[in-house]
Design a protein around this ligand. Structure first.
Ligand code: E4P
Length: 219
């Protein structure tokens, strides 16, 4: 399972990339707005830090405008992945970009029907938003399970990877892995939460206290 960092904060990405656990990055217009920095500069810096796919989202809503913006974004670095919304124009742009060999992440997916369209449009990734579905009383992970089940019926033609997005806590990551999702994109806070367990901290404290009593050093 691949881990992507869901942030546009370059300092956070640098820190996470140094762990060797990050395979890519996803951004969106809201995350970029939070940085207060020019979009293309932010994407260029992230692409230098992480060799895997870096999703940069178009903001035009018509397919011609999306293709024009995608052209600029693709010039930034070879690992840019164009993010388009799950609209008819977004799907049309996805098909055109995929035909040119560009990687596309179709975002804001909230139904299995939409995910089928993303695969048919040649998306490299489809992003079901689990947290936002949970927020409105639906079961976000049910959507992930449905998409995976459907895609597995068409291994030769549906090559789209399921990128679980809008992750809010480690439980979402574990469930996504249990289901066999290809990618989980997580805010840095969730990535850090994954490592923590109070018994690990307590156990380490005890080991180090006992070791100190021996008066020994390694090396
Ligand atoms: C995914 O690519 C999106 O950037 C992200 O996961 C959205 O998450 P949110 O619902 O926490 O805004």
């Amino acid at each position: 399972m691949k881990f992507f960092a869901d942030t546009a904060d370059v300092a956070e990405i640098a820190e996470l990339a140094a762990t060797g656990l990050i395979d890519g990055v996803t951004t969106n217009p809201s995350l970029v707005a939070k940085t207060g920095r020019p979009f293309l500069d932010v994407i260029a810096e992230i692409c230098r830090l992480v060799p895997g796919p870096v999703s940069a989202e178009v903001t035009a809503t018509d397919h011609q405008g999306m293709l024009r913006e995608a052209g600029h974004l693709l010039e930034v670095a070879s690992n840019v992945c164009i993010k388009v919304p799950l609209t008819l124009d977004g799907l049309k742009a996805c098909r055109a970009l995929a035909d040119r060999g560009a990687k596309v992440n179709v975002t804001l997916c909230f139904s299995p029907a939409q995910a089928i369209l993303a695969a048919k449009a040649g998306a490299a990734f489809v992003s079901p938003f689990v947290g936002r579905l949970d927020d409105v009383g639906h079961e976000g992970m049910r959507l992930v399970a449905d998409i995976l089940e459907i895609y597995r019926n068409y291994p030769a033609t549906f090559r789209t990877e399921v990128l679980v997005a809008s992750i809010r806590h480690p439980g979402h990551v574990v469930e996504a892995a249990r289901l066999g999702a290809d990618v989980a994109t997580m805010p840095p806070s969730v990535i850090r939460q994954l490592v923590r367990h109070p018994l690990t901290d307590k156990g380490l404290e005890g080991f180090l206290a006992d070791w100190a009593k021996t008066g020994q050093r390694i090396g």
